[in-house]
Design a binder for this molecule. Sequence first.
Ligand code: NAD
Length: 318
Amino acid sequence: MKLLVTGGCGFIGSNFIHYMLEKYPDYQIVNLDKLTYAGNLTNLKDVENNPNYSFVKGDICDPLIVNEVMKEADQVVHFAAESHVDRSIEDGSVFVRTNVLGTNTLLQSALANNIKKFIHVSTDEVYGSTVEGSFTETDNLNPSSPYSSSKAGSDLLAMSYYTTYGLPVCITRCTNNFGPYQYPEKLIPFFISRLMEGKKVPVYGTGLNVRDWIYVEDHCSAVDFVLHNGNSGEIYNIDGGNELTNLEITYRLLKMLGKDESSIEYVEDRKGHDFRYSLDGSKLEKMGWKPKYNFDAALEQTVRWYVENRWWWEPLKR
Ligand code: NAD
C-alpha cells in the first residue's frame, strides 16, 4: 500500500505517521507538507531514514506537486490545514486558501489518479456549539469561526467529489486532541509550557466552555480504522468521551505541575467563542472502534513529555 499523508509534519500528522510505520511495516508513506510555522521536521527525525517513509516539501494548493505525489499513491489521508482558531480570527485568508482551495486541489488530483480511498480529516467544530445533546453525522453544519467555516467548506467539497464523481471519500470529525508534538499555541501545550516557564495561564472568559478531549494516538487509530473499514461517502465522528470545561483542564494541569490557582489569569473571552462541542461517536463504536486511553493517565503522560522535551517546544515559542 502506498499512502500519501498531507500535513504529516504537524501535530496529528506526525503522530499518525509514527503510528502507521510501526503498525504496518509493509506500507510506503509519502508525507507532503509545506512546512508552515506549524510543520516541524524534527517531529519525524526518528523515521527520516526509514526506507518506507519519504518527505516532499510542497503546498497542497500547487497542482503540479500534488499530481507528482498523487500519481504514486493508492490512498490519501489528508491532515494538512491551517488549524488554529485564534489565528483565523486575526485573518482568515490563509485558512480559506489552504483548507478550501488546497483540499479541492487534492480532490481533483485524487480523481485524476484513481485514488482508492481518500480520508478527509475534519473536526467537531464544523457542527458548531450546543448546550445540550451531542451531534451525529447527519446534523447540519453550523460553524462559527473562520477556521471551522473553512473546514466545513472543505468537508462539503470532499463529499461533493463522492456524490458527483464517485471518488471514494470518507470524512472523519474528531474532537480536541492532545499529546506529544502539539504546537505550543494550543491550550494544553501552551498552558504546560507557560507553567514550566513560571508564567500565568490565560483562561478565556469564565473558563466554563466545554470541550471533549481525545489522546492523539486514539485519533490516529480511529483514522486507521476508517481507512480500512470506512464506507465511501460516509462521515465518522470520533469522540473521546471526556467532556471537560477549560477550567477543569487548567486545574488538572496546575496540580500536575505543582502550581495553584494563583497561576490563572482570566482574560477577555475569544470572539465568537463556542460554548460546547459534543459528538455522538456511536456510529464508529458500533463498527468496532473505541478510544483506548484513559484521559487522566494520557494527560499525565503528555505533561511528562513536555517536561522531558523542553528542547522541542522552547525554540517554537521564541
Ligand atoms: P497542525 O497545525 O499541527 O499541522 C498542520 C500541518 O499542515 C503542518 O505540518 C503544516 O506545515 C501543514 N500545512 C499547512 N498548510 C499547508 C499547505 N498549504 N500545504 C501543505 N501542508 C500544509 O494541525 P493538527 O492539529 O495536526 O491538525 C491536523 C488536521 O486535523 C487538521 O486538518 C485539523 O483541522 C484536524 N483536527 C485537529 C484537531 C486538533 O485538536 N488538533 C481536532 C480535530 C481535527
